[in-house]
Design a protein around this ligand. Structure first.
Ligand code: F6P
Length: 342
């Protein structure tokens, strides 16, 4: 390497979330200011490594992005180890390996969710110097207490639920709100509790429609003028129907109560990160640069308690962090009369 500066590439892959730019800034500024490294952005996730799309990230490019939503690098869901439809093999990992060398990269930072960390581990196995940073609004990355993006999404979902309370009250309706989370119910659980949801349904827990209907009828009987039902998009339901539409229709049919549905959708992934997410993403980014300096590759930065630590990527890939049935918010919620569907 001689006197050449250490050159690092940063990419973001998978669904975006608030805080990615804060993480890029955290990595980049620490790498440049503290360690005198050269920093490059890789465009559009792993596609950029296949297509050799790389651009310099100097301090100038890293300024003014802390509060900006989305990702200045672009993202994609391209999985380089997965053969294209109709193929049984893929040459993308070898192309990436060659391009990594051609581009003179000494290390690669992969900002992403579960899928990204799995790919990051496979690339580490191919000999690339990889450090992962966990991000997703779903908060389902294994090996860390929390991902950045989650807190912002909970804020957005909670604000939406707050707004539904007032209109639900005016019209004496049951409001069903669907939040994101295909496999994990973290957003539904946290926004449901923060927003005072009366029924909270998450993919990890089975539910009984009779129990939900009884709960809503009972509330009505007690003189509660309206109810809020928070559902994660990934709950068990007939295919093609949205979770909100399915639950809403069933409630109307079984209780006769007037019901309306809201699907929050991509609003949960957009906009400026919350202060907590800005801080977490900055801490993750700064620590990723430190791990590169210490040559601790094949790792993912993670939050454990209040400490930032490194976990082996090999322990993260292919696993999910799901809500346990005895999660303290579920236990406390039940004791306050919140219905979790059973
Ligand atoms: O980022 C995770 C997530 O938000 C899921 O909750 C959601 O179902 C999914 O991404 C949808 O993303 P896309 O349409 O971008 O693939």
């Amino acid at each position: 390497m001689g006197n050449r500066k250490t050159r690092i590439g940063i990419l973001s892959a998978g669904g975006d979330c608030p805080g990615i730019n804060a993480a890029i800034r955290g990595v980049g500024k620490t790498a440049i200011v503290e360690y005198g490294m050269e920093v490059y952005g890789i465009a559009n996730g792993f596609s950029g490594l296949v297509d050799k799309e790389m651009f310099a990230l100097n301090e100038e490019e890293l300024s003014g992005i802390l509060t900006v939503g989305g990702t200045i690098l672009g993202t994609s869901r391209m999985k380089p180890f997965k053969p294209e439809e109709g193929d049984t093999v893929t040459d993308k990992p070898q192309i990436i390996k060659k391009n990594y060398e051609d581009l003179g990269l000494d290390a690669l930072v992969c900002i992403g969710g579960n899928g990204t960390q799995k790919t990051a581990n496979l690339l580490a196995n191919e000999g690339l110097n990889v450090v992962g940073i966990p991000k997703t609004i779903d908060n389902d990355v294994y090996g860390t207490d929390v991902t950045f993006g989650f807190d912002s999404a909970v804020w957005i979902a909670t604000d939406a639920i707050d707004r539904l309370h007032t209109t639900a009250n005016s019209h004496k309706r049951v409001m069903v709100i669907e939040v994101m989370g295909h496999h994990a119910g973290w957003i539904a659980l946290y926004s449901g509790i923060a927003g005072g949801g009366d029924v909270i349904l998450i993919p990890e827990m089975e539910y009984d429609l009779e129990v939900i209907a009884n709960c809503l009828v009972e509330r009505n009987r007690k003189g509660k003028p309206y109810s809020i039902v928070v559902v994660a998009e990934g709950i068990e339901k007939p295919k093609k129907k949205s979770a909100a539409a399915y639950i809403g229709k069933k409630i109307t049919k079984m209780t006769g109560l007037e019901t309306r549905e809201t699907i929050l959708g991509y609003i949960q992934r957009g906009g400026s990160p919350s202060p907590s997410d800005r801080i977490l993403a900055t801490r993750y980014g700064a620590y990723a640069a430190e791990l590169i300096h210490k040559r601790q590759f094949g790792t993912m930065v993670s939050l454990q308690g209040n400490n930032i630590a490194a976990v082996p990527l090999a322990e993260v890939g292919g696993k999910l962090s799901l809500v346990e049935h005895d999660h303290h918010l579920i236990t406390k919620g039940k004791r306050m009369g919140v219905c979790f569907g059973k």
